[in-house]
Design a protein around this ligand. Structure first.
Ligand code: 5RP
Length: 227
């Protein structure tokens, strides 16, 4: 058997996620290259759903281009399911997210959903979170102080740039990426850092962790469930 590419693994889990989509319902849609595969798959069943709540401008553009109606999060109630990728996922369903800069809206839509189904290729599975630089969305006037605050707990934070300038998120704010942190207790870490003045969202998803992960592996899609 030829080895599947990462792109093929993403396609596989994007399609597998369709089985979690509830007919006649509105589905929460994440952001990223894996979710883009899911959006393509979702287009094939668009007649069976009402539409989507999107976690980024980028996903909104893709959804609309494929004829899938996009609803404002405020216009709908609780969603049955939110489907999104991750930069890292551990054995309890805790994740690091935000590599695609959409962490804040991702956490919002995840919080509005009963079930988080993570779709990822096997490179994302880790024993302990922390290798991937941790994205944190910040209010720009707090950036320098937050960089010092992360240094105080052993982290090295840098401002994420785009074309040589600080990247501006969908919410009009900036991102810092932090390396060198110990994330052995993701829930405690998320709770602590979320309270730092100037932090809008920290990219640890422990409060909004996944209940299910569809993991693309060379031998097929593995379904991991977390209590
Ligand atoms: C975007 C995210 C993505 O889910 C994460 O970066 C994974 O992306 P990809 O599927 O492209 O690897 O959190 O903010």
């Amino acid at each position: 058997m030829t080895k599947m590419t990462q792109d093929e693994l993403k396609t596989q889990v994007g399609q597998a996620a369709l089985r979690y989509v509830v007919k006649g319902d509105i589905v929460g849609v994440g952001t990223g290259s894996t979710v883009n595969k899911f959006i393509e798959a979702l287009a094939s069943v668009k007649g069976d759903i009402k539409g989507a709540v999107s976690s980024s401008e980028a996903s909104t553009v893709r959804l609309k281009a494929l004829g899938i109606p996009v609803f404002d999060a405020n216009a709908v109630g609780e969603l049955a399911v939110y489907i999104d990728g991750a930069d890292e996922i551990d054995g309890q369903g805790n994740m690091v997210k935000g590599g695609g800069a959409a962490l804040t809206r991702e956490k919002i839509v995840a919080a509005q959903s009963r079930q988080f189904v993570c779709i990822a290729d096997e490179s994302k599975r880790v024993q302990t979170l922390g290798k991937f630089p941790l994205p944190v969305e910040v209010v720009p006037m707090a950036t320098a102080r937050l960089i010092r605050q992360f240094a105080g707990i052993g982290g090295t934070a840098v401002v994420r740039l785009k074309d040589g300038q600080p990247l501006v998120t969908d919410n009009g704010l900036h991102l810092i990426d932090v390396t060198g942190l110990q994330l052995s207790d993701p829930l405690a870490f998320e709770t602590q850092v979320s309270q730092w003045p100037g932090v809008l969202t920290v990219g640890v998803f422990a409060q909004q962790r996944a209940q299910v992960c569809l993991l693309g592996t060379a031998s097929g899609v593995e379904t991991l469930t977390f209590k």
